[in-house]
Ligand binder design. Structure first.
Ligand SMILES: [Zn+2]
Length: 653
């Protein structure tokens, strides 16, 4: 669809769908929804929904395909206590036989408002002190209508004294009657301005007892905030250094993307060991969850260093510019993932780059983490049978799951593969233009399209990417994409790293950053890293999560799920295994293991003699260090105040 950018507000495809609108909903009165989070400590949400109707059969639905999840994760299985009433009478309902998200109700004569009560059993993003509302937990609206055409006015009830963070526009306190579902101590209802179902689904709320809202980069328009809730009172009061880095992030993104596609932006952040991790992008906000101490010091922060910059970047790349087949006008329709190597892959690249430019991590940490990512891809054997594009097309069946043999299966690799792809493209543009142009020039066209806009959605396809890249520098970009994305590549694309002035190498000691991640955890917490040596992903207790296909442990017939009990005659410990790997170097003796497999015990020998191997980037002397140019701040940076790292993970050992 070259020259065929589809601004959805004028997209002809939407018009024909209006023929499907049931007559019972052909009116402009907004749905009213009151979300009651006052029972959050008991892990229950409630909703009262008033739907404007006329007489006849109506079909209501809850969201199935959740934007940003790229999967049919709407929690219809947790929605309970559904009761429809009209004029005080309870009305019968019937679930659709094939679409289990839909409810059929017959509206009696004379009824103009159908009332629905529903509850949701909430299992994640919630604790005794906080609650996150992603609206698919409570939304109910007429089926088979483009969701942006359904007006809705939301209201919210939270436990007394809890703060509220959201990009929704508050219009004051209301007196909307709420039946006595839930705990005592409700605060006043907060009413929000009328929006539509598409935007409401894109506008989550965080609420909590320990709440802080900080304005960011006051010199930048529109306004930016970070809203934080935590389980411990001290954690929501973010360190001054983190706030300085987020000020930098707002300025760096505003400069890099030469636009904003929101009226206001709220980073929503939960700090809790109970509420779980999250990173979900929205147009005017992002829903971010890290462990309780995730931003408490620099060491913990390293594991989360790209989270906020990644989700923020999505406001441009993903929410505003959206792949044509990932966008659907109705949450009932499958969101197709073939361009996720742009949606997520370019965001992965830019999220890490902006984190480095902002000081959320330093340039050395950027390189260390890039080395880990590139090495992981380069040693992922599933690339022998599965191209990157297939990890994107199959995204909805590749998240999480069993780690066993996951390197042979591959996961959602379009994130990291896309990161290497866009680094390759960035450094190639620099090389072709003698460093006069870069991906920055492409981004100003692709993401900055239209300048500052509201939270719109503008779709694109591969042809537009090629056209916009060619406008920066003529090249065979179609072939460039085809070779890297569509074809089987048995090795990772490290061309961008090398053109950037570095090469991927393996050393006998982990980088400082890898040691920090291993000791402080965060999202990458793991046991001993012996993936690049004997080819095992293993816990500190010897539990084998995964075995590298065709690696030394695979050849020794080890398998995921086995547990190492002893190493070379010693009871297993990470140190004992490390010593055995060291001792085997330069020797012909294999590493002897005693292993428990199910209820049996047996011995294995790993024939491996290359010692410990940990990925790192090494400077290629005499070449341009584009990688360092790329990660250098573009704006005048705020120096982080002197509360930086109390923990000095220095280089001894
Ligand atoms: Zn993402």
């Amino acid at each position: 669809m070259l020259n065929h950018r589809c601004f959805l507000t004028i997209c002809a495809g939407l018009i024909s769908l209006s023929a499907l609108i049931p007559t019972a909903f052909a009116q402009k009165t907004p749905i009213r929804i009151v979300a009651d989070l006052s029972d959050a400590p008991r892990k229950l949400y409630h909703a009262e929904v008033d739907l404007p109707v006329t007489q006849g059969p109506v079909t209501l639905t809850t969201p199935k395909w959740i934007p940003g999840n790229h999967r049919p994760t709407g929690p219809v299985d947790e929605i309970t206590g559904v009761v429809f009433t009209a004029d005080g009478q309870t009305l019968p309902w019937r679930r659709d036989d094939s679409d289990l998200y839909q409810f059929h109700v017959s509206v009696p004569k004379g009824v103009t408002t159908l009332h629905a009560h529903l509850d949701c059993i909430v299992t994640e993003r919630i604790s005794q002190k906080m609650a996150v509302l992603e609206w698919e937990k409570l939304l109910l609206y007429p089926a088979n209508i483009p969701v942006r055409e359904i007006p809705i006015q939301p209201s919210l009830i939270v436990p007394a004294g809890w703060g509220i963070g959201t990009a929704l526009t508050p219009i004051g306190s209301g007196t909307y009657p709420v039946p006595a579902a839930g705990a005592a101590g409700k605060s006043a209802v907060t009413d929000f301005a009328v929006t539509n179902v598409e935007q409401l689904e894109d506008s989550p709320i965080i609420s909590g007892q320990y709440f802080h809202e900080f304005p960011l980069a006051p010199d930048v328009t529109p306004k930016h905030y970070i809203d934080v809730v935590s389980d411990s009172p001290e954690d929501s009061n973010l360190r001054p250094s983190v706030l300085a880095e987020l000020n930098n992030l707002v300025r760096e993104a505003s400069t890099e993307y030469a636009s904003h596609h929101y009226h206001v932006y709220h980073f929503l952040l939960t700090l809790s060991d109970v509420a779980g991790g999250e990173g979900l992008e929205h147009g005017q906000s992002s829903d971010n969850g890290v462990e309780e101490k995730g931003f408490a010091d620099d060491s913990h922060q390293l594991g989360e260093s790209d989270l906020l910059s990644h989700e923020f970047t999505h406001s441009w790349n993903g929410k505003y510019r959206r792949p044509f087949n990932l966008y659907q006008d109705d949450f009932a329709k499958m969101q197709q993932g073939s361009l996720l190597w742009v949606y997520e892959g370019m965001t992965q690249y830019l999220g890490n780059v902006l984190a480095a430019r902002s000081g959320l991590k330093n340039q050395e940490q950027y390189r260390d983490l890039l080395a880990l990512s590139a090495a992981q891809l380069d040693n992922k054997s599933g690339r022998d049978w599965r191209p990157t594009e297939d990890t994107a097309i199959a995204a909805s069946i590749l998240r999480g799951g069993n780690p066993a043999w996951s390197n042979w299966r591959r996961g959602q690799d379009y994130y990291q593969e896309g990161e290497l792809f866009w680094l390759d493209a960035d450094t190639l543009i620099r090389k072709l233009t003698d460093n006069k142009k870069s991906l920055d020039d492409f981004l100003k066209v692709f993401l900055g399209l239209g300048g500052d806009t509201g939270p719109e959605i503008v779709t694109y396809n591969r042809e537009e990417l090629i056209k916009d890249l060619n406008a920066v520098v003529p090249y065979d970009w179609a072939k460039f994409m085809h070779e890297r994305i569509d074809l089987i590549n048995t090795r990772a694309d490290v061309a961008g790293i090398e053109r950037g002035g570095y090469r991927l190498v393996y050393r006998d000691k982990p980088t400082k950053s890898e040691r920090t991640l291993a000791s402080e955890g965060g999202r990458r917490r793991g046991g001993l890293d012996c993936w690049y040596s004997i080819g095992l992903a293993i816990s500190g207790e010897g539990q084998i999560y995964d075995v590298r296909w065709n690696g030394p442990s695979d050849k020794a017939q080890l398998a995921p799920g086995y547990k190492i009990i002893a190493v070379n005659g010693h009871i297993f410990s990470p140190d004992a295994l490390k010593e055995a790997i060291k001792a085997a170097k330069g020797s012909t003796d294999p590493i002897h293991l005693i292993v428990q497999a199910d209820t049996f015990v047996s011995s294995f020998s790993i024939d491996y003699h290359d010692g410990e191997r940990y990925p790192a980037l090494e400077r290629i002397d005499g070449t341009p260090a584009y990688l360092d140019d790329i990660t250098t701040a573009r704006t005048k940076t705020e120096k982080a105040p002197a509360d930086k790292s109390k923990k000095d993970d220095s280089d001894e050992n």
